[in-house]
Design a protein around this ligand. Sequence first.
Ligand SMILES: [Zn+2]
Length: 485
Amino acid sequence: MKFETVRSIFRPALLAGIALGTFAMPSAVSSHGIMGHMHVTGWAIENLPPGELRDMFNDPEVMNAAIFGSAYTDSGYWPKGSVESQARAYGEHTHWEPFIQDFVTWIRVNDPPPWTSLESKKRFAFMLGCASHGLQDEIFDSIFLDQVDYHDNGNQDIADPATDGFLAIDGHLRFMPTEYYPKDTVLELYQTLNMGISEETVRYGLDAMETLYVNPRTGYAVAAGFGRQHGAKLGWTRAHYFDADVPGSIRSEILPTMRYMIALWERVQGQNSADNPVLFQYPDDGRFLRSLDPADPASWVTIVTAAAAKADFVMPDWKLDDGTPIAFTKRGTHWGGTDQFARVMQLRPLEQLPAGRASTVTWNFNGPLINGEVSTASVVLPVQTTCSEGSGACPIGCEARTGITSPEEVGTALGRPASCLPAEEGSGSGSGAEGAATENKKGDGGGCQTSRPASAWGLLWFAAALLGLRSVRSARRDEDAATKG
Ligand SMILES: [Zn+2]
């Protein structure tokens, strides 16, 4: 019905947008790139502790559902033209905890675990993918982008595609999901938006995203093109986007994402989140605040919660080891509605911090969580300040920037087949994008391919041609479905 009209307007508009160069990568408005989301989500799953949740992902279809969910979340940002506002609305909503909590409630009411059907497991995995994506956006936006601004004077518009590009150039990319989403459930949940979100609305988003970016033919190469395009402007970002010591970096998101998955697994089973509301703190135990300067975002302390909480009802207290209080301001992100439920909360010091000192933050919860529980927990977490170079009196030792002794969070999961390692191992990272003439990647069939450098926009041109083909294909599919129905 209306769909046909919309489709005929949208596709020429999108193609024209690409042709005129006015088409914007949607990641420019939606935090870090989709390749980053798919991979942090995949690595988080691979690092889940042994048990029922981890075992569920041994089924490749369940794994695929989670990875695709982590891409799907940004699909609504792709369409331009007459469906733009509707598509944007479902995409935006899918990111944040009000949607995730609705999804948790839906599962508890309609399809509670234990699950025997593959569809039930895939639906849950898809929700974990969406939830992981949203959390990663909150972390990246709240911590990492401020550092990009501080060090590189860069902003989200270039940092988002660039970090996807660096992942491609550095040979980290290996997940590429095929489309899956639990259509009936998500469309039912979108009814709360009162925007008339239909299957067709979602179809526009997915067609554009999959044709232009999330596909095994051109996706990694398009990403690499963005890395080459922006790398020279982002020296610090290039060196630290994957540095586990840097709060909010792509790699630093893996552990909190993994713990959030466990928290959601517990939430769908009706387990308590209120007693242990803090999943993770930056800097992680064993790492240090990387800066003593309150103007530097590396001096901030940030937590991730098990279920979104209202920052107004969390009263932190930050003290040095001798009891001296540290003055700070508190920030809670408040995406996903006007009720100010946040998964990420942050303390920013108001004064220069002393070097090489132990301190503690006590996070006093006294209010509601988004799942209806009330938390009154007090969580005490250590924060160690870094040494100042050359201070000469640093009890923790200036070499020990990272005191992490537990197994590194990615371990073998990040390992690539030997044949995928760049020829000049170690020469690329941190040295800018100039020498990065080739990127190495693992293709669909499991082998490694080295592709020639290509401009991202050139590849998008190519993809635009494919979009036309796909349009014909999906029209046929619709006809088939209509005939069968
Ligand atoms: Zn996003």
